[in-house]
Design a protein. Structure first.
Length: 308
C-alpha cells in the first residue's frame, strides 16, 4: 500500500523529547523488579554470532538457554517449577544443527533461530539469500532473522524492498521470520517507519532494530518509531507483528525499560515471547546478577555464576 508511504512524517524533536522522558523513568524495586527481570529472561533470544563459534560453545549456550537462572535462586523466588527458559537460541546457519541436537538432548522445546539472507551487511544476491534461508530451515531452524538491503531504503525503492522481503517470507515456509532493518544505517526516522511498514506488509512476523554489528544499534527513538508503526499496522489490518530490539542491550535496567516501553506503546498483550524478544548475548549475565542480589542481599562473585 504505497499510499501509506507518501504520508509518513516523523516529528524527530518530539520523539527525542519522549525518549528523554523514558530514560528518567524510575525502575521497579524488590519483588516487582525480580518479576520483571524473569519476564525479560523469557523474551531473550540468547545469541552467539562469532567467527570462532564451535559445537562446544553452542552446546554450552543451549544448556544456559534451558537453565537461564540458577535453580536455587528460582526456588528462593518460588519460580523453580514455572518452566522459565529463554525465548530462543540464535546462531549462524552452520551452527543450527548443533543447537537443534543440543536442545533435543536436553529435552526442551526452545526454538532455534538462525540469522540469514546475507547477515549482517545484506550485500548478497537475492538468490543466495533465499538459498541460505532454505538451508537454515532445512537444518531445523524454526525462526529466521533476515536482514534487508539498506540500499533499497536509502534510494526509495519501496516496491523492490517489499518484493525482496516477500520472497524471503516465502522461503521461510513454516518458520517465523524476523526482519532486521539495521536502523542505524537507514538515514532517518522516517525511513525507519517506512521500512517497518513495508516489512510488515510483506509478511514479517517480527521487525527487529539491528544486527548488533552496526555502529548504532537499538535506541529508544528508533524503538518508539517502530512500535508506532506496529500499532498503526495493527489498527489498519488487525495483524499483530512482534518487536525485537537487538544490539547494545547489556544491563537489567535497560531490559526493564524496554519492557516498560513496549507496555506503554503496544500494551500488555505484546509482553510475551510470541510478540516481543530481546536480542542479546551478555544481558542474561547482568539479569542473573541482579536476581542473585535480590535473593541473597550480596553481589555475586565470579565463581557464583560460572555459567553466566
Amino acid at each position: 500500500e504505497l499510499g501509506w508511504m507518501s504520508k509518513v512524517h516523523v516529528n524527530r524533536p518530539a520523539v527525542v523529547r519522549h525518549t528523554e522522558r523514558i530514560k528518567k523513568w524510575r525502575t521497579v524495586k524488590g519483588h516487582w523488579q525480580a518479576a520483571w527481570l524473569l519476564k525479560a529472561v523469557t523474551c531473550i533470544d540468547l545469541t552467539t554470532l562469532s567467527g570462532d563459534d564451535t559445537p562446544s560453545n553452542v552446546h554450552r549456550l543451549c544448556f544456559k538457554a534451558k537453565h537461564p537462572i540458577r535453580e536455587d535462586l528460582l526456588k528462593a523466588l518460588d519460580m523453580h517449577d514455572k518452566g522459565i527458559t529463554v525465548g530462543a537460541v540464535c546462531v549462524y546457519p552452520t551452527r543450527v544443527i548443533d543447537a537443534v541436537n543440543a536442545l533435543k538432548a536436553a529435552g526442551c522445546n526452545i526454538p532455534v533461530a538462525s540469522v540469514a539472507a546475507g547477515f549482517p551487511a545484506g550485500q548478497t544476491p537475492l538468490e543466495t539469500k533465499l538459498a541460505e534461508i532454505k538451508l537454515a530451515v532445512e537444518y531445523g531452524a524454526r525462526e529466521i532473522d533476515i536482514v534487508i538491503s539498506r540500499s533499497l531504503v536509502l534510494t526509495g525503492q519501496w516496491e523492490g524492498l517489499y518484493e525482496e522481503i516477500r520472497q524471503c517470507r516465502e522461503a521461510c515456509g513454516e518458520a517465523h521470520m524476523k526482519t532486521i532493518l539495521a536502523t542505524g544505517e537507514l538515514g532517518s526516522l522516517a525511513n525507519v517507519y517506512k521500512a517497518s511498514m513495508i516489512a510488515m506488509m510483506a509478511g514479517s512476523d517480527f521487525i527487529k532494530t539491528s544486527t548488533g554489528k552496526e555502529v548504532e544499534n537499538a535506541t529508544f527513538p528508533v524503538g518508539v518509531v517502530m512500535m508506532r508503526a506496529i500499532r498503526e499496522f495493527y489498527w489498519q489490518t488487525g495483524n499483530k507483528v512482534g518487536f525485537k530490539p537487538a544490539g547494545g542491550i547489556r544491563t537489567a535496567k535497560e531490559a526493564i525499560t524496554w519492557l516498560m516501553l513496549v507496555k506503554e506503546e503496544l500494551g500488555v498483550e505484546w509482553l510475551t515471547p510470541e510478540l516481543f524478544r530481546l536480542g542479546a548475548s551478555s544481558l542474561l549475565e547482568d539479569i542473573e546478577k541482579q536476581i542473585f542480589y535480590h535473593v541473597t542481599g550480596s553481589y555475586a562473585l565470579k565463581h557464583d555464576l560460572a555459567m553466566a
